[in-house]
Write a new protein. Structure first.
Length: 260
């Protein structure tokens, strides 16, 4: 009987040990599942916190800067770009192959006279051809009259080339000035908050200072972009004006040779 009780006790002990082992294994499996789930969630959060693109960042900063001065600076950018694109298209269309034009006028003068040369200039686009036409139109009155007409009409064509360019320079100067004004107003608001709170806490002024600096940055970016377009337009105008002056001298020489 004692042996039977001893066997039953040993059997109960082994059953308890095996149950504890199973429970331990189950708990380890559960812990591993929880760790794996947390790692997956952490990787999802890391993927969700990936850096955003330049366009989204610019949009975010623009909204943080406030619609007041940021909107005005944006209008300066839009208007400046519109004028710049229009001037670039106009100047590219106004570019003329002056050597080809000069050779054509000289050949037309030799074969058909002044009327043929005027017709050739009328069918050619560009300010140089227009200047040639005005000079040829006064050719019958003498070389001096033709030269005066070329000089006078050259000034008219130069004014057309420089049309609306002053607006671009205005927007270049205006954009950073508006940004600086937004900065000053933002700093004033920040100090008003400090005065109202009676305490110098960074949290009170950080937002206002950030908004103030954003307006300055955006104004400077607009000025830099428009400055690049402005310099290109001015260089293009100078190139066309130089071609006009050289071609005008050549036309006078052609007329003098034709009179002889």
């Amino acid at each position: 009987m004692k042996k039977l009780f001893l066997v039953l006790a040993l059997f109960g002990l082994m059953t308890s040990v095996s149950a504890n082992t199973i429970t331990t294994n189950d708990s380890e499996v559960i812990v591993n599942d929880i760790i794996t789930q947390e790692m997956d969630e952490g990787s999802d959060q890391d993927s969700a916190q990936e850096p955003i693109g330049f366009t989204q960042e610019a949009k975010k900063r623009f909204i943080e800067g406030g619609p007041g001065f940021m909107g005005i600076v944006l209008i300066c950018l839009i208007l400046g770009l519109a004028i710049s694109i229009e001037r670039i298209i106009f100047l590219n269309l106004s570019t003329t192959n002056t050597k080809k034009l000069t050779d054509g006028v000289q050949e037309a003068l030799s074969s058909g006279g002044v009327d043929a040369a005027k017709e050739y200039c009328r069918n050619t686009k560009g300010p140089v051809a227009s200047i040639f036409y005005q000079g040829l139109d006064r050719a019958n009155e003498g070389v001096e009259s033709a030269e005066k007409a070329v000089i006078a009409y050259g000034g008219v064509q130069m004014g057309q080339l420089e049309k609306n360019v002053s607006w671009i320079s205005l927007f270049i100067a205006l954009a950073p000035m508006l940004g600086f004004m937004g900065t000053v107003i933002g700093m004033i608001n920040a100090f008003d908050k400090i005065e109202a709170a009676g305490d110098m806490q960074p949290s009170l002024v950080a937002g206002g200072i950030k908004i103030a600096l954003l307006t300055t940055v955006f104004g400077l970016i607009v000025a830099i972009i428009l400055q690049v377009f402005y310099n290109y337009i001015v260089a293009k105008i100078d190139s066309i004006v130089n071609d006009m002056e050289d071609a005008s001298i050549t036309l006078v020489d052609i007329l003098v040779a034709h009179k002889k």
